[in-house]
Design a protein around this ligand. Structure first.
Ligand SMILES: C[S@@+](CC[C@H](N)C(=O)[O-])C[C@H]1O[C@@H](n2cnc3c(N)ncnc32)[C@H](O)[C@@H]1O
Length: 328
């Protein structure tokens, strides 16, 4: 990623940066916590993408859903449909996913926010598509990359929408086991119904940041460390994505360690990290960014507004980081 006009964050600038976000980028007071829909069960998400995207991403193929009589069977013919918007050269992808209000309200699991789909994932997906299909000078996402997503949530929206992008070699979506179960189901159902089978490069696996040392094997298996003389291996960067995973103080050191562990196990790759957040509590954002910039492994920038979609600028922020290796 070309970071020349990004704002590099340091311990000295984080506080002003967060103040600026709170003042200029806060969502309108009517905005709720950030759910896409409070409705339980199957929801349809609309994603605006450049016209060129659908066919290349393999989402245009239409197939009847589910087995006749099953809960997900319906007369709809597709989980992703494209409706062209000629004027803007964009179209809308519609993605059906299952979310679970009962899991959200369950008190048997430690973290249940992933049971629902959060709006920042939709905003981020649109941003990602735009930067892949309508690249600007100093492309934000050059080359091809492997992706590890942290805290993908039960909807699995990103592995569904980005997993089959031609830019992505392997896509490994991760979350805690009780969330992964539903995420895997959503991802498998989507691909089976749209393309006939689950792509071999998309994986949904357990990776709990609080147990990252043990769980990291689930990722290593899917993204081999670049070594030896396989040319593509050495040229494929690693991109770590995280949408709306920073929402309490307790989790901050764990998420950073979760990221760091993924990086440490793939040191020979160029590693970039994108963290997308809804603007909420400035104290938590400041604490997260402070720990992020203080972490010896990472260099952190704020992605400037001119590189964000309009939607992104209204209540969301995007931070970019690069893995520096551990400094002595
Ligand atoms: C607000 S949800 C966002 C989910 C999804 N990225 C989205 O935007 O819809 C936060 C996610 O972080 C995950 N998470 C929380 N604690 C975690 C941990 N210790 N290890 C791994 N994932 C965790 C949750 O399970 C949940 O999926």
């Amino acid at each position: 990623m070309d970071v020349t006009d990004f704002e590099l964050l340091t311990e000295d600038t984080v506080s002003d940066h967060v103040f600026d976000i709170a003042v200029n980028r806060a969502p309108s007071p009517q905005v709720d916590l950030g759910f896409v829909s409070r409705r339980d069960g199957e929801i349809t998400v609309q994603i605006k993408v450049p016209e060129a995207a659908g066919a290349a991403a393999g989402h245009e193929k239409k197939k009847r859903r589910g087995k006749s009589g099953s809960a997900r069977a319906s007369s709809k013919t597709t989980t992703v449909a494209a409706a062209a918007d000629e004027t803007e050269k964009y179209k809308t992808l519609e993605v059906n996913v299952i979310q679970s209000m009962s899991l959200l309200n369950s008190n048997t699991e430690s973290s249940t926010t992933g049971a629902m789909l959060w709006r920042v994932s939709v905003v981020f997906t649109e941003w990602f598509y735009k930067h892949i299909y309508l690249p600007q000078p100093g492309s934000l996402l050059p080359g091809r990359f492997d992706v590890v997503e942290l805290g993908c949530g039960a909807a699995g929206l990103l592995p569904i929408t980005l997993g089959s992008s031609p830019k992505v070699r392997q896509y490994v979506a991760t979350d805690q086991p009780h969330i992964v179960k539903l995420a895997r189901q959503n991802v498998e159902t989507h691909y089976t119904e749209t393309t006939g089978s689950m792509p071999s490069n998309v994986h949904v696996v357990d990776y709990d940041w609080e147990h990252c040392n043990e769980d990291i094997v689930n990722i290593i298996d899917k993204i081999p460390v670049a070594e030896g003389d396989e040319e593509e291996d050495n040229n494929t960067g690693l991109l770590i994505l995280a949408c709306d995973v920073v929402y309490n103080d307790f989790l901050i050191p764990y998420i950073l360690e979760g990221m760091n562990k993924v990086c440490e196990t793939h040191p020979s790759k160029k590693i970039s990290i994108l963290v997308a957040q809804q603007v909420r509590d400035p104290t938590i954002m400041e604490e997260f960014l402070t720990q992020f910039v203080e972490h010896p492994s990472f260099k952190v920038w704020s992605v400037p507004e001119h590189l964000l979609n309009e939607e992104f600028k209204r209540g969301f922020v995007l931070h970019y980081a690069e893995y520096q290796g551990v400094k002595a």
